[in-house]
Every structure is written in structure tokens, then in C-alpha cells.
Design a protein around this ligand. Structure first.
Ligand code: SAM
Ligand code: DTB
Ligand code: SF4
Length: 328
């Protein structure tokens, strides 16, 4: 199907829709690559300066020992991945890392904890961290697992800007990846975060052995939430020795680029983040991701427990592409 005949070219430019069907999303995935990229660029330029990239830095504030069974995760206690369980970091140590991230050029600081769900006491500790990081002039993000409505409200009062909680994959494939909590649990947490007035950061992982219909199912689910997530991280699976997904067939990088492009087209005003997996990605693939409408990255040599490109390597890449880090 050429774009000229496709129903998408008839869409009002820049219109934000929350009624994307699976079939429409699958049809976008199936477009000829040049048509898909053209449409992604067109939509991207309606709402964003295409030379700007938002940079977030991650810190694992509570590493390992997690009771969940997420088949991709190095921090699940049940898999022998070599990640040691640690206690929640001290406030001072977190603030020292946030200061360093700001000095290196990050605009957002994202704190991750390997919890199924935080206890109220944990939330109080994280709220202190949020207040401290905000006082440094950084945007704040946290990813702590499932939240109750009250916990989300408490985090909002501390000044938390974003909460990351991913749907990870399609509702159909989800059960092959996680059995210790349901898709509905995830949607409930997203509702609580949204109702508390915190910006939502929600995306997923590709390259887990899912089918093309699951990638379409993930994007269709995200794009038909009542309000699109402000931030949509698209992760390429980082294969971890000891996890069930180790040795899974690698996804063709062009399918990853297509996933970014479809996220951009269906969620025109959201920041689309080229997230985990950049360490093993060529500069050419990353450049295609930016062309496809990705406008955010994790910046700094470590994600939560796995490596990410060194800062100077990323700055050289952005420079080569004529891209620049976004101010807040
Ligand atoms: N424990 C909390 C939770 O699961 O919501 C917060 C931290 S958890 C590590 C955050 C997200 O990281 C997961 O939802 C998943 O999408 C992503 N992630 C974890 N391990 C990954 C891997 N090996 N490759 C790519 N993404 C991964
Ligand atoms: C997201 O979507 N990706 C980030 C962040 N949200 C928290 C996490 C990626 C983790 C990759 C594996 C690790 O470093 O442990
Ligand atoms: Fe635990 Fe989060 Fe890892 Fe799942 S993704 S095992 S909940 S840390």
C-alpha cells in the first residue's frame, strides 16, 4: 500500500487520537519503509524541533533481589545473573549522583528500584530523594513497581515529575514474560499515576521473541490509553546470562526502527525514547531511530545494572548528526 492510498495520509496533521485500532497500527508497521519514515518525520516536525534530544540519566537506587519473574530482568532474585541484592541507597549518595548527572548535561534524573511494589516507608524515603534532586534543578522520574493511589499522591506531593511503569509487550504475549503480576495490575498503576497528576512514562521492550502482531499490540495499547504517556521508552531487549530470554533470536534492527516510527506517528506529542539496547546498536541504527522520531535517550555509562554508551561517545554521535541536548 502506498502512503497516498493509505488512510493515514488523510488524518488531520498533528491530530492526537486515542482510538487507534490494532489493524491501523499493524498497517503502519507494514508500510514500505520510506513511506513509514516520511510519515514519522512529518508528524515529528509538527510538534518538535527535530534537532533536539532530551537526555535522562538513570540510577538504580535499590538493586537486585526482586521477587518478580520478569523473564528479561537481571534483577529478579530467582535467576542467577550475578546481580547482588542491595539495600536502598542513602539520600546523600543519590544526591551526589544527581549532581554529577546534572554537571554532565542531563535534564532528567530517573531513580529505579527493583521492587514488586514499594512499602509506604520506602515511598517516604524516595520522596526525600525526589525533593533533593528537584532542588538541584533536575526533572525527576521514579520507577518503583506497582503503586497504590495513595502512594502516587504522596509522590506527587514530593514534586515527582514522571513515573515510569512499562506495559512491556502486548496483552497476549505478556503471560509468556511475566506471571507474578497481570497486565491489569500495570494498567491500574498507570491510572493511579495519571490521577495523581504525575506525568506518565510508559513503553515496552522488543526483541523478546514476540511476533509482529505483539509489537503492534503494544503500540496500539499505549496509543489508545485515555491520555498518551508523555514519555514512551522503547527498549531493545538486553540479553542477560541466567535469564530465560538469554539466547532469544535477535530482532532485526529495522523492525526496532519501525517500532519507533509507529510510536511517533500514533503518539505525536509524546517524547519517544530510544532506551535500553544502544550499547550494542550501530550508529547507523541509532541515526535511523532519530529519523523515525525518537527524541530522547538514556545518557551516562550505565542503565540500571547494564552498560550504556560512554558520555563522550554519545556526545560525538549527537554532534555528528547535528543533534543537541534539549534544555528542560
Ligand atoms: N521494578 C520496577 C518495575 O518493574 O516496574 C522498576 C524497574 S524495571 C527494571 C523497569 C523496566 O526496565 C522494566 O519494565 C523493563 O521494561 C525494563 N528492563 C528491565 N530489564 C531489561 C532488559 N534486560 N532489557 C531491556 N529492558 C529491560
Ligand atoms: C525503561 O523503559 N528502561 C529503563 C528504565 N525504563 C527504568 C531500564 C532499562 C534497564 C535495562 C537493564 C538494566 O540495566 O538492568
Ligand atoms: Fe523486578 Fe522490575 Fe525486574 Fe520485574 S522488571 S524483576 S519487577 S526489577
Amino acid at each position: 500500500m502506498s502512503l497516498v492510498e493509505s488512510p493515514f495520509s488523510a488524518a488531520t496533521p498533528g491530530l492526537v487520537r486515542n482510538d487507534w485500532t490494532r489493524a491501523e497500527v499493524a498497517a503502519l508497521f507494514a508500510l514500505p519503509f520510506p513511506d513509514l519514515m516520511f510519515e514519522a518525520q512529518r508528524v515529528h516536525r509538527l510538534h518538535f524541533d527535530p534537532s533536539e534530544v532530551q537526555v535522562s540519566t538513570l540510577l538504580s537506587i535499590k538493586t537486585g533481589g526482586c521477587p518478580e519473574d520478569c523473564a528479561y530482568c537481571p534483577q529478579a532474585a530467582r535467576y542467577d545473573t550475578g546481580v547482588k541484592a542491595e539495600k536502598l541507597m542513602a539520600l546523600d549518595a543519590v544526591l551526589a549522583e544527581a549532581r554529577a548527572a546534572k554537571a554532565a548535561g542531563a535534564s532528567r534524573f530517573c531513580m529505579g528500584a527493583a521492587w514488586r511494589e514499594p512499602k509506604d516507608r520506602d515511598v517516604e524515603n524516595v520522596c526525600q530523594m525526589v525533593e533533593g534532586v528537584r532542588a538541584l534543578g533536575l526533572e525527576t522520574c521514579a520507577t518503583l513497581g506497582m503503586l497504590t493511589a495513595e502512594q502516587a499522591q504522596r509522590l506527587k506531593r514530593s514534586g515527582l515529575d514522571y513515573y515510569n511503569h512499562n506495559l512491556d509487550t502486548s496483552p497476549e504475549f505478556y503471560g509468556a514474560i511475566i506471571t507474578t503480576r497481570t497486565y491489569q495490575h500495570r494498567l491500574d498503576t498507570l491510572d493511579h499515576v495519571r490521577a495523581a497528576g504525575i506525568h506518565v512514562c510508559c513503553g515496552g521492550i522488543v526483541g523478546m521473541g514476540e511476533g509482529a502482531e505483539d509489537r503492534a499490540g503494544l503500540i496500539a495499547t499505549l496509543a489508545s490509553l485515555p491520555v498518551h504517556p508523555e514519555s514512551v521508552p522503547i527498549n531493545m531487549l538486553v540479553q542477560i546470562e541466567g535469564t530465560p530470554l538469554m539466547g532469544e533470536q535477535k530482532l532485526d534492527p529495522l523492525e526496532f526502527v519501525r517500532t519507533i516510527a509507529v510510536a511517533r506517528i500514533t503518539m505525536p506529542k509524546s517524547m519517544v525514547r530510544l532506551s535500553a539496547g544502544r550499547e550494542d546498536m550501530s550508529e547507523e541504527t541509532q541515526a535511523l531511530c532519530f529519523l523515525a522520531g525518537a527524541n530522547s535517550i538514556f545518557y551516562g555509562p550505565k542503565l540500571l545494572t547494564t552498560p550504556n554508551p560512554e558520555r563522550d561517545r554519545d556526545m560525538r554521535l549527537l554532534d555528528k548528526l547535528g543533534l543537541r541536548p534539549m534544555d528542560r
